[in-house]
Design a protein around this ligand. Sequence first.
Ligand code: GRG
Length: 290
Amino acid sequence: MQKELNKIAEDTNLFLKKFIKRQKKTELIIPMQYGLFSGGKKIRSKILIDIGSLFNIKYGTLITIGAAVECIHAYSLIHDDLPCMDDDSIRRGKPATHIKFGESTAVLAGNSLLTMAFEILSHKILGIPESSKIDLINKISKCTGHLGVAGGQFLDLSYEHKKISRRKIIEMEIKKTGKLFSFCCVAPLIIKKRNKKEIKKFENIGADIGLLFQVADDLIDKRGNSFIAGKKTGKDKKRGKATLISLLGEKNTIKYANYLILKITNKIKNYGKSSKNLIETLNYILNRNK
Ligand code: GRG
């Protein structure tokens, strides 16, 4: 699994470096590159490739779409670390972007990475029909805006130090973390112009992957090693974050995570033997330590 992730990271970074090289240089490029190339598992791209292989989408096309997703992901991490958000100084084992370059530069580098994602998806190098590009851009916009990642982050911040129900925590985590995974799960179906019902099914799979990912992230925060994780741990309790672990306890949350893996497995097992790649990725997500 690590070897595959390294290969995806290498190919994605190569694509992004070439893409950026073609552009006119500005001073914002340096902090943008810092946020993009400071590491990162590229797990969202891996999910995209796992699902894309079920629908026979070319690897190069998936790497390009994944690069756009990684731009949005890097942007969300830069902004997440800002003092007005989760106020973190270390990310991926290095000073957070605002620590290295200052707050205003970090905000603008983040904004520029967001728009670069749309630039990549609308570019001719994507190699898919224009109508599919529009559908992809429409979907990723919905997944990242107030109905998705930004909306989820708003809920996450507003739930601090409050008693929040399981239903509301799940809704918040699906938006904050799940929506970008949902995009990765439906992008191949959008390209193949599959029907709405099947797209909805894969959107829900993405939401469950997001929940699983967030449970693992919360476990790392609770019991992980900050050196290995590359970020401060033990922060959720201090900030009074509403998490499934704080509500259900560690044991029940791990049970819930295994239930999510089973639920996703049952939904994808009829898609041929490549579906085992996705199941392997899900187990990696739950058992990761960074
Ligand atoms: C609209 C995209 C967008 C952002 C603005 C700041 C913000 C609103 C949202 C924050 C969303 C966020 C950081 C959710 C947490 C998701 C999460 C657990 C991220 C860690 O992902 P990894 O472990 O990171 O894949 P690496 O470093 O491996 O890339």
